[in-house]
Design a protein around this ligand. Structure first.
Ligand SMILES: Cc1cc2nc3c(=O)[nH]c(=O)nc-3n(C[C@H](O)[C@H](O)[C@H](O)COP(=O)(O)O)c2cc1C
Length: 360
């Protein structure tokens, strides 16, 4: 079996090793969703990752996530990301944008005037939305998407993917995990539709397949990844028969031959194993480790068991900008500080030093 430090080819992406930076929403963009110099510095500091997957980036004003979330749907946002990708590439790294739409987790306070959050069905999530730094408010009842809304949203994902490549990204990862719009279509409790986008498992995977196909057509399947979190329950998602749904989705993805599948493991190890078996391409896994951050030993065990080709780390990458080198050399890891995860400025974001051995 390969080790964490063997190279990996996934579609058009070539990774020098298999320690991947998982997406982390940090809410440091400006009020217009434009990434600035601080974000460029943060990502460039982590350029030694095998691959950087950015925080969730909204594909449209209607898909707005938390305050401080960056977007990829205006010229200013694209220009801001160019500075980020240039800084990462200059530091020798590779970076893909995680394209996201919050669907029913969006909040009207952050949407254009008069716009309600969109969702497969008008079912309120038992969740919350971050509408101002440190402020969490209840989510509201969304508006059921019409077929025209669905077609427009598929186009928004493709347009944002094209914008990402124009901004210098090496590819895109579609956010199909954690209870956001794509996952809302997959889940039984948020998708009560009776048209061709709901009902049985084949109906519930249709929207995700269409988004993947449109993005792959826009930027190439080899530059398109997809993140899934089967039966994770995040953001009030309930999936009654995930084995059938995700099995069908894997078949659809095989037909598209995208670059990789990024799996957020949940407590049930059978679902990631099923995806590994049914999906023919590369798998990045984000191990289930309870409340603890993904650790190097668990990561290595996933490769040894052939459950994945690469492993993503989120929290340890926040606190250890040089995480791959620390893992390789066995250096101690700095513990992450949850107080600095969301909102704020440089503290806990760009002020974390690389490890220096004691004798240097
Ligand atoms: C501060 C923070 C922000 C996150 N934001 C995102 C996100 O934007 N998109 C996403 O798919 N997952 C997001 N996640 C989930 C992580 O990618 C990852 O699945 C989770 O933290 C478990 O990995 P870890 O144990 O290595 O931290 C976030 C996690 C944290 C801690």
């Amino acid at each position: 079996m390969p080790s964490l430090f063997d190279p990996l080819t996934a579609g058009a992406l070539t990774l020098p090793h298999r320690v991947v930076m998982a997406p982390m929403t940090r809410n440091r963009a400006d009020a217009a969703g434009v990434p600035g110099a601080l974000m460029a510095e943060y990502y460039a500091q982590r350029a030694s990752a095998g691959l950087i997957i950015t925080e969730g980036v909204r594909v449209s004003a209607a898909g707005h996530g938390p305050v401080g979330q960056p977007g990829l749907h205006t010229a200013e946002q694209i220009a801001g990301w160019k500075r980020v990708t240039e800084a990462v590439h200059a530091a020798g790294g590779r970076i893909v944008a995680q394209l996201s739409h919050h669907g029913r987790i969006a909040h009207p306070d952050l949407l254009p005037a008069g716009v309600r959050p969109l969702a497969p069905s008008a079912v309120t999530a038992l969740s919350d939305a971050r509408t101002a730094p440190g402020v969490l408010v209840d989510t509201v009842e969304p508006r059921e998407m019409t077929p025209a809304d669905i077609a427009a949203t598929v186009r928004d994902f493709a347009a944002a993917a094209t914008a990402a490549i124009g901004a210098g990204f090496d590819g895109v990862e579609l956010q199909g995990a954690n209870g956001y719009l794509l996952h809302q279509f997959l889940s039984d409790n948020s998708n009560l539709r009776e048209d061709s986008y709901g009902g049985d498992a084949a109906g519930r995977v249709r929207f995700v397949s269409e988004v993947v196909a449109a993005v792959a057509a826009a930027v190439g399947a080899g530059r398109t990844g997809l993140r899934l979190s089967p039966a994770s329950g995040y953001n009030d998602t309930v999936e009654k028969d995930p084995a059938t749904t995700y099995g069908l989705l894997a078949d659809a993805l095989n037909a598209q031959a995208i670059a990789y599948l990024h799996i957020v493991e949940g407590p049930d190890p059978e679902l990631p194993a099923l995806l590994r078996e049914r999906w023919a391409g590369a798998v990045i896994t984000n191990p289930f480790t309870g409340d603890d951050p993904t650790d190097p030993a668990t990561a290595a065990a996933r490769l040894d068991a052939d459950l994945a080709d690469a492993v993503s780390f989120a929290r340890y990458f926040s606190a250890n900008p040089d995480l791959p080198e620390r893992i390789r050399s066995g250096a101690p890891l700095t513990e992450p500080d949850p107080d600095t995860f969301h909102d704020g400025e440089a503290a806990g974001y760009t002020d974390l030093a690389a490890h220096r051995p004691a004798n240097v």
